[in-house]
Every structure is written in C-alpha cells, then in structure tokens.
Design a protein around this ligand. Structure first.
Ligand SMILES: N[C@@H](CCC(=O)N[C@@H](CS)C(=O)NCC(=O)O)C(=O)O
Length: 213
C-alpha cells in the first residue's frame, strides 16, 4: 500500500472512530498506527512532537499534521469528501458545522457521562444518582436530536460529516446498560446508518475491553 496518509489512535476510541469512519466514506487508504489506551505510546517524544496533547487521534497527510477529531473530520471532508461529507456553500456548511459541533460539545460529554459511570465504573462502585444525572443530560440531548431528525434522512438533510460526529456514539448508546427513552426518529436514523458498511466496520466494534468490571 502506498499512501501519504497515516492515522494514529486505537480504533475503540470514539474520537478516532470519527476519522476511521470518514476515511472509509471517502474511500481513502491509510496507514493505521494503534496508540493510546492499552497500546500506550502517547508519552513518547516522537508522538508528542506530532500531537502535544498526548491524545488520539492524530492524522498526517504528507507534511500536514492535524489533531482534534473535529478538525480531522473537516479536513477529510474538504480534501477528499467534496460535497459528500460537507456542502458547497457557506450557508449549508454552517448547518452541517452547527450539528457536528453540537455532537462534540453538547452530546459527546453527555453520553460519555454514561460511558464513564456505567462502562468504566465497576458495578459495585456505581452511583445511581450520578447515573441518573448523566442519563437525564443525554436523554435531553437525544430528544433535541430526535426532533431535528423528524422528516430528515440524516442530521442535516443529506448525509454529511455531522452524521459522523454525532453517529459515532450510537452503537454505544444502544448497547450500554441504561434506560433509553423511546426516540422513533433516532431509531430510524440508526437503522439507516446500519445499512452503511462504513458504519458497521468503523463504529459497530466491540468495546468490551474498555469495561471495568
Ligand atoms: N478533543 C480531542 C479529545 C481527544 C481525546 O480525549 N482522546 C482520548 C480518546 S477518545 C485519548 O486520547 N485518551 C487517551 C488514550 O486513549 O490513551 C479530540 O476530539 O480529538
């Protein structure tokens, strides 16, 4: 395989999965280097030179190095996705960006709250009040998303990188152990995403090794 693209990061990280899914959507080959979590490798001087945060993901494309998963998404969309992942006009892009950033800034901390309190906390140490608080926050965000998806196939109309920024959470949302509200439009969107091989291969991957039991 000859490619200028390299992606660093463990593939069971939601932020890395955004890049994995986007690269699959645009059909770009890349070299993958597993770092972070059990793979370690984030504290080496070599990795810190690429990404001073010591976090994943990091993308290199020739002499360009990008970190922050949302910036990576936008780069892939702009460089390789054309209008498949983003849009032609600033007005249309603004709406895609709005939902993508909502996914990262509002929704991601909310569902990660469930992930941390349920998946990353052993049952014996789980705090029902803390779980109820993060579930409420997530459910409120999901209700807003359900309303947006009414009458739309995807978050911003046609498929875009906003579906990736938000949809990266869906497999975990539907498989973590907590009381999910009924959200018909989100359910239908999840069904549509599952018919994309890119979603199955990038997002519907086991996170069993992240469970703390
Ligand atoms: N805002 C950053 C957050 C990156 C981040 O927190 N990455 C986590 C994984 S999701 C990480 O590197 N954790 C350390 C590790 O995996 O060892 C982004 O969106 O890229």
């Amino acid at each position: 395989m000859t490619t200028d693209l390299t992606l660093w990061g463990r593939k069971n990280s939601a932020n890395v999965q955004k890049a994995v899914w986007a690269l699959a959507e645009v059909g770009k080959e890349y070299e993958h280097i597993a770092v972070g979590g059990a793979f370690k490798g984030l504290d080496t001087p070599e990795y810190r030179a690429l990404n001073p945060n010591g976090l994943v993901p990091t993308l290199q494309d020739g002499d360009l190095i990008v970190w922050e998963s949302q910036a990576i998404l936008r780069y892939i969309a702009a460089e390789y996705g054309a209008e498949k992942l983003w849009r032609a006009t600033p007005r249309e892009r603004a709406i895609v960006d709005q939902w993508a950033d909502w996914g990262a800034i509002t929704f991601q901390p909310a569902w990660l709250g469930i992930f941390i309190n349920v998946v990353r906390t052993p049952k014996s140490k789980q705090n029902p009040d803390a779980i109820a608080a993060v579930v409420k926050k997530s459910n409120d965000a999901m209700a807003l998303l359900d309303a947006q998806l009414a009458g739309r196939e995807f978050v911003a109309g046609d498929f875009s990188y906003a579906d990736i920024a938000i949809g990266v959470a869906l497999y975990r949302w539907y498989t973590m152990e907590f009381n999910r509200p009924i959200l018909p439009n989100v359910d239908a969107w999840y069904d549509r995403l599952q018919s994309r091989p890119t979603f199955k291969s990038s997002i519907m991957v086991s996170y069993d090794d992240l469970y703390v039991r």
